[in-house]
Design a protein around this ligand. Structure first.
Ligand SMILES: *Cc1c(COP(=O)(O)O)cnc(C)c1O
Length: 416
């Protein structure tokens, strides 16, 4: 038995499925997970002495690769001043200023501790501001695990939602209406019927939690226009796309400005930190200025904020990072295409799909052959390449992946 297997067997008795987040259990690829010893640059090492090229990068935060020396040094230093104060610090202001410099629509913001919290809070603000109760989300988009956003399509009419988890009151689904990604008509139909009670449309500007599914040309513009028409707010959930597609996220990449945005993953530089914010008049609804309550004991934690600041500074000072990781990801995309797989790539977000059906929304993604994916995952892992253990996740390339590593990976793909 490997050390990972040993630890996993013990962990099964202490944590559900042996893990602290379900996808880590490798269930979708019918394997047991490796346990991590450490990670450095583009590599992740398990407790059995295996060294993998890492294309998960902690599910997105690792745009600079693991353990960037500047980030680690700053974090070590700040720790000596104390880990948490529950009182304001200058660092929070510095991070907020950096975020606004990169994403001008973030006129006012709040720092929180997870993407789940950020989106949950942004939706509450949208409801408080508009004094409306219903929201629209898209099937296949993930916005964290808060009750109102963990909804999937029912078997009846398209717009009917049902909880995507036990433990969520069925009645919550009355407030979450489901539309089809990339399908303007499905949004229009809901708006025609419920428009006056829709507080917001929340969307991943590039869907990246059903594999990578880019928005059709004009889809985001359409969402902007229709929310404006009905007096609703548009929320871009940029927890993955933020600081990844460009310094200004998907809103810069596509030139569409939402009313509110959420960020996570990269913005915390590998620490638990996320952000929501946007229009000043809307964010002025948040307590203690306004009537929308939202709080957090560890919000704006100095250690997490420091990791975020250092990461954003490196990205700001080295803008070529974006064009370089795009080029590297394109090389991997070409390798997948050469072996006959359908791919979607936006910048350094990439998915290869095991289906022939052209993918534009969740129904199409559902046609993927997950057994074929599991075989591919196994092959990659045997060749010491760690990709997400699920067909429905993105592949993340970091700045630490050298040309050589990319070439090596492309060759392994070509031999599949
Ligand atoms: C990861 C993710 C979230 C949830 O963030 P957590 O930090 O895991 O709570 C929300 N939205 C999107 C688009 C994500 O990818």
């Amino acid at each position: 038995m490997t050390k990972s297997e040993e630890l996993f067997n013990k962990a099964l008795n202490k944590m559900p499925g042996g893990v602290n987040s379900p996808v880590r259990a490798f269930n979708a690829v019918k394997k047991t997970p490796f346990f991590v010893e450490k990670a450095q640059g583009p590599y992740i090492y398990d407790v059995d002495g295996n060294k993998y090229i890492d294309y998960v990068c902690s599910w997105g935060p690792g745009i600079l690769g693991h353990a960037h020396p500047k980030v680690i040094e700053a974090v070590k230093k700040i720790c000596e001043n104390g880990l948490t104060f529950g009182a304001p610090t200058e660092k929070e202001l510095i991070l907020a200023e950096l975020i606004q410099k990169c994403v001008p629509s973030m006129q006012m913001m709040r720092l929180v501790s997870s993407g789940t919290e950020a989106v949950m809070s942004a939706v509450r603000v949208a409801r408080g501001y508009t004094k409306r109760e219903k929201i629209i989300k898209f099937i296949g988009c993930y916005h964290g695990h808060s009750d109102g956003l963990l909804m999937k399509a029912g078997s009846g009419v398209l717009t009917e939602a049902i909880p995507d988890s036990a433990g969520i009151p069925r009645d919550y689904s009355k407030f979450t209406l489901l539309a089809n990604y990339n399908d303007e008509n499905s949004v229009r139909q809901i708006m025609e019927k419920y428009g006056d009670d829709i507080a917001c449309i929340v969307v991943e500007p590039v869907a990246a939690n059903m594999g990578v599914v880019p928005p059709k040309p004009n889809f985001l513009k359409f969402l902007k226009d229709i929310t404006k028409q009905y007096g609703s707010l548009l929320i871009f959930d940029e927890v993955i796309t933020g600081f990844r597609l460009a310094l200004g996220g998907a809103q810069e990449y596509y030139g569409i400005t939402p009313d509110l945005s959420t960020f996570g993953k990269i913005v915390g530089g590998g620490m638990p930190l996320a952000v929501y914010g946007g229009r000043k008049d809307v964010m002025s609804c948040v307590a203690p200025v306004g009537a929308v309550y939202q709080a957090g004991t560890l919000s704006g934690n100095p250690v997490a904020v420091t990791a975020g600041i250092e990461t954003l500074k490196i990205l700001i000072e080295n803008k070529e990072i974006y064009s370089e990781i795009d080029k590297k990801t394109e090389i991997l995309e070409n390798a997948f295409r050469k072996i006959g797989l359908q791919t979607h790539r936006v910048g350094s977000l990439l998915s290869a799909f095991f289906t022939d059906k052209p993918i534009i929304n969740y129904d199409d993604v559902s046609t993927c052959d997950t057994n074929k994916f599991a075989k591919y995952f196994d092959y990659m892992l045997k060749n010491k390449i760690y990709v997400a253990p699920s067909q429905f996740e993105a592949m993340f390339v970091s700045f630490a992946h050298t040309d050589e590593i990319i070439e090596q990976t492309a060759n392994i793909i070509l031999n599949y």
